[in-house]
Design a protein around this ligand. Structure first.
Ligand code: SAM
Length: 244
């Protein structure tokens, strides 16, 4: 069961990075429609250090700075206390996610599964990384957005928010948008065309103008299979999906 409404809390040292993404387009509208409430917390607000420091040198030596555990644990405790007036363990609808290149790869199915939680708490790492105790004792899951290393977890958190929010019922105007798009059935989407009919001699396939819905459907299914076979044959071996 997908949550009808979600809450997402983001813990970051760079809250301003989220402003543009969360205040535009579909994500903005989803918040206005109260389908999702997104709160961005500045990690420095949870630091007990007089200079609001949130990182320190690594034990054992080595390069870079490591994000300290206390501000992150305090931020999560603060979110829980405010929202539930209870401790973490009693909340099965909440998932605490550490964005990390070492995590499970984010894909269509994982985003859909995350939508079943009514509440996500996203922890964005930065610098050389995050104190191991955050991963071990606080996060329920580590998620990566791809096999490359970024400078921080902010862009990954925005990517995750964007693809999860699309699955909340009522966020996309047309339910069919989700049903037929790429990866939904482990297939890529069929080719799409709009006006003009003839652009610089490049014409729209005749079948799409035929008005014959059965033929159009057949064309689209065939094209979806053809291009998946051509571009992403690995998808066809995957289990799951709703299958056309
Ligand atoms: C420079 S990275 C640290 C990488 C760390 N030293 C390692 O080798 O695993 C800083 C932060 O960016 C985020 N990050 C970087 N790449 C990511 C990815 N592919 N997916 C999700 N988060 C990522 C994580 O939050 C990470 O703590």
């Amino acid at each position: 069961m997908k949550a009808e409404r979600m809450r997402i809390d983001v813990i970051t040292t760079f809250p301003k990075m989220f402003e543009a993404v969360l205040n535009e387009s579909i994500i903005k509208r989803a918040q206005q429609k109260r389908k999702v409430d997104i709160y961005v917390h500045n990690l420095r607000d949870y630091s007990l250090d007089k200079h609001k420091k949130v990182d320190d040198r690594p034990y054992g030596g080595g390069c870079g700075m490591i994000m300290k555990p206390e501000p992150i644990f305090r931020a999560v405790d603060g979110i829980f206390k405010k929202r539930y007036k209870k401790t973490k363990t009693s909340q099965s609808k909440v998932k605490i996610i550490l964005l990390s290149p070492q995590g499970k790869l984010l894909n269509h199915q994982l985003a859909k599964d995350l939508c079943r939680y009514g509440h996500l708490i996203l922890i964005c790492g930065h610098y050389e990384g995050v104190d191991e105790r955050v991963r071990k004792y606080l996060a329920d899951e580590e998620i990566s957005i791809g096999d490359y290393v970024l400078t921080g977890g902010e862009l990954p958190a925005m990517v995750l928010i964007d693809c999860v929010v699309r699955f909340i019922p009522g966020v996309l105007g047309n339910k069919k948008s989700l049903k037929f798009e790429s990866l939904q059935n482990n297939l890529l989407e069929y080719p799409q065309y709009t006006r003009p009919l003839n652009f610089r001699g490049m014409r729209v396939p005749r079948v799409l103008l035929s008005g014959d819905h059965k033929k159009i459907e057949e064309f689209r299914i065939k094209e979806a299979w053809r291009r998946t076979l051509q571009k992403r044959p690995d998808l066809l071996k995957r289990k799951g999906g709703d299958c056309l």
